[in-house]
Design a protein around this ligand. Structure first.
Ligand SMILES: NC(=O)c1ccc[n+]([C@@H]2O[C@H](COP(=O)([O-])OP(=O)(O)OC[C@H]3O[C@@H](n4cnc5c(N)ncnc54)[C@H](O)[C@@H]3O)[C@@H](O)[C@H]2O)c1
Ligand SMILES: [Zn+2]
Length: 357
């Protein structure tokens, strides 16, 4: 059964449709009808059948142009940013035309940033095709590209016009990518969604084997949680930071492995274990709650070992985190299960203890 919800604020709301076959004329035609031209941006790792389906559904509502980037994080480059802008200009796209991102978070991020800046902003639609993009990057309005000094350092807050989530495309994802995406789903359960926590605990086998109803449900609950948090703090001045639960440590682990050894979600799973352990050490959650969290992460097959990371090696990466404000490390911890908080005063020794197995 299809599910729908809205994100964004009053004057800027957008609809998110989630279903097994969401890439349909019924869902897309109303979004396309005022746009004479549409630039579909994708990458060469996105299965061709998905792209062909999107293009077929778009016609004849709009004239379709395509740019297919080389897949990988390096696609979010200044060079590609400029290449896409020039393509738009050379094909006389004007402010009434449209951009459509068909792919994972990489495609979504660069497409959104192009949309935010071409002619000072044209509309765009997200058609996320990885689990990470479906539960995280396609919602919330953050867009970005990378520069040599670092990832996501240039970008804009810019909401899409709509998000079309076709869950059946996940069948094509490598199992490892799919599982890594589930780390973000577990994150929503831990920071604010108790029913999602129970669902994940009770139905791990069905979710791991991609039961369509459960997949639709966990995507819906994830986005609902994210949209609710973002609507209170679109520009990340406060509460939105809880979406980074496990990420300060996860990013440090990713950076330590030079972004090669471990997927983002796998690092975030370890990071969530660390943050949960610190929450326990700070007397915020009970031992039982900590054990429940670890058991859940293990149920989904995450390797939570921390042996290979020495505090001293991770520390510089932890303190380089973008979320440091005025020199203070803010930690996202759990006050109880499904209730995250941001804390800036904690026992320094708990930080190093949390990083031990
Ligand atoms: N804007 C945000 O709020 C936000 C949030 C989280 C992450 N991100 C960004 O998202 C990016 C990571 O996104 P990602 O994990 O989706 O990676 P990705 O976009 O690189 O996709 C992973 C790989 O899967 C391929 N792929 C896409 N759909 C597929 C499908 N259905 N079947 C098989 N293969 C498919 C892609 O071609 C790519 O090679 C990072 O750049 C990160 O910074 C942004
Ligand atoms: Zn993440």
């Amino acid at each position: 059964m299809a599910k729908e919800l809205f994100a964004g604020q009053k004057n800027n709301r957008y609809k998110i449709v989630i279903s097994k076959a969401a890439i349909s004329k019924k869902n897309l035609a109303p979004l396309l009808k005022e746009h004479r031209k549409t630039l579909v941006i994708s990458d060469d790792g996105v299965p061709v059948n998905i792209l062909n389906k999107v293009v077929a559904v778009c016609k004849p509502s709009t004239k379709v142009f395509k740019i297919i980037l080389k897949h990988g994080e390096q696609a979010k480059s200044i060079q590609n940013f400029q290449r896409i802008l020039n393509f738009l200009a050379n094909n006389n796209f004007d402010r009434t035309d449209l951009i459509m991102a068909v792919g994972g978070g990489v495609v979504g991020d660069i497409s959104g940033y192009v949309a935010s800046s071409y002619l000072r902003g044209i509309q765009f639609i997200q058609v996320p095709t990885t689990l990470l993009a479906q539960v995280d990057s396609s919602v919330g309005g953050k867009t970005a590209i990378n520069i040599t000094a670092g990832k996501n350092l240039v970008g804009a807050f810019y909401n899409p016009k709509g998000v079309i989530i076709e869950t059946s495309v996940l069948k094509n994802l490598p199992t490892r990518e799919f599982k890594a995406g589930l780390a973000e789903v577990i994150k929503y359960a831990l920071i604010q969604n108790k029913p999602l926590f129970s669902l994940l605990r009770l139905h791990a086998d069905e979710i791991l084997s991609m039961d369509p109803h459960l997949i639709e449900e966990i995507i819906y609950l994830s986005i609902q949680t994210k949209a609710k948090i973002v609507s209170k703090d679109e520009r990340e001045n406060g509460i939105r930071a809880i979406l980074n639960f496990g990420h300060t440590f996860g990013h440090a682990i990713e950076a330590h492995g030079k972004y090669k050894k471990i997927l983002h979600g796998e690092a975030v799973a370890k990071g969530m274990k660390i943050a949960s352990k610190i929450s326990y050490l700070e007397d915020l959650i009970s031992k039982k709650e900590l054990q429940e969290i670890i058991a859940l992460l293990e149920k989904y097959g995450f390797d939570l070992s921390l042996k290979q990371y020495k505090y001293g090696e991770l520390k510089p990466f932890i303190f380089r985190d973008k979320k440091i404000k005025k020199g203070k490390l803010n930690l996202v911890l759990l006050n109880k299960l499904s209730n995250a908080i941001v804390i800036s005063s904690f026992e320094a020794k708990n930080l190093s203890k949390g990083l031990k197995d």
